[in-house]
Design a protein. Sequence first.
Lengths: 130, 114, 96
Amino acid sequence: MKISVQINASPYQHQAADTAWHFIQAALAGGHEIYRVFFYHDGIYNALRDSRPPGDERDIVKRWSELHVDNNIDLVVCISSAQRRGLLEQSVAKKVAGYEKALADGFRIAGLGLLMEAVIDSERHVIFGE
Amino acid sequence: MFIIDKPLHGNVRAQEFLDMAMMAAAFDQRVLMVFEGDGAYALLQHQQVESAGLKNMTPVLSALAIYDINDVLIERESMSSRAINEDQLLMPADVLPRCEIKNKMNAADHVFSF
Amino acid sequence: MLFIINKNSAEIASCIAKASTDDVVLLIEDAVFAVVECDASPIVQISGSASAIYALSADLQARGIGEDACYKHIKFVDYLGFVELVVNNNPIRSVF
């Protein structure tokens, strides 16, 4: 079955990103397709490249990047949620002096349209939040 | 179906949630906007949001019809338990009992909340 | 339909009350505290609820709650079971 996932909460602050990750692993193991993971509201903080958790903790951002590499899953960060919270899309970021690329590997920034497309094209849409 | 069961102001989530609903309408989806629980307060008139320094979201609610969102429902039980009368609402809404809203929910393709 | 609830609050009781016999309620994250058989549980107010109530085992284990401490009518699922509930039920309402 084609399933889309939406994540509305920031990592570490809330368990939502962990639950979503385990859910996605189980869905893939069960032979289902994860069509897209869409990061909305504070969920955009899952995509911060410079997140550096202590060595004995799970690295949530890296885990998402690996999910993209290992399973080719589309990780989309909402552009309006991201810009409001200081995470800029590459073409905009280039125009801001001193602003380095902040988006972690495997993520892309795009509009809400991609969420709607995922919702319409998937058989299920599961929302994780706080 | 989009369910607002939390206050409209106080954080940016309701604002971003309404963006989602409007985007769904732009994708030609029939949007049912449901107010229940403390979300019923979102439809009260006379919200002077600026006094708290927040962005006023009530004009967006009033403009939902412009985005082809014409199904605005409010749960009767949520209103009565919060002492909200229909004449206090800032826009026309269908006051429906919980069971009828639940029936519409069952029939929805997707249910969004925040 | 499937309700996914992630907080131990009065909202659980209202969702279960709202749910019909065909509906399924899944409790995850901090909501799993609700299935502990005790006076503080929001489930205690509901007698003879018709809908099936599931709790996510990993979240129970993470919080040190054994299945024997839970209400007898609760069913337990792992993440694969969570996926099955999603596959078998629609629409899905995540309650926050």
